[in-house]
Design a protein around this ligand. Structure first.
Ligand SMILES: [Zn+2]
Length: 83
């Protein structure tokens, strides 16, 4: 058995990175609902009821919230209810 060759990922491809989002969710979660800072870490998730949502963590005040994709922009708690 020899090691497989020629299947290395390109060096400029950040594998498994959560820092660079696959999609731009800044429209869904534009700013922290608590301090209005826009430096949020956004992760696409699904709510327990199946709705697509964005989990946002604020770098400034460490508040976290969920925002429904295509929703009304309200920040939701971890159980999907408005906070
Ligand atoms: Zn904040």
């Amino acid at each position: 058995m020899s090691a497989p060759r020629g299947r290395r990922p390109p060096p400029d491809e950040p594998l498994g990175s959560v820092v660079r989002p696959v999609v731009d969710d800044s429209a869904t979660a534009p700013a922290c609902h608590r301090c209005a800072d826009t430096d949020l870490t956004r992760v696409r998730v699904a709510l327990p009821d199946g709705r697509p949502a964005v989990f946002a963590a604020c770098a400034a005040c460490e508040t976290t919230a969920w925002y429904v994709v295509g929703g009304d922009g309200r920040a939701l708690g971890p159980d999907g209810t408005p906070r």
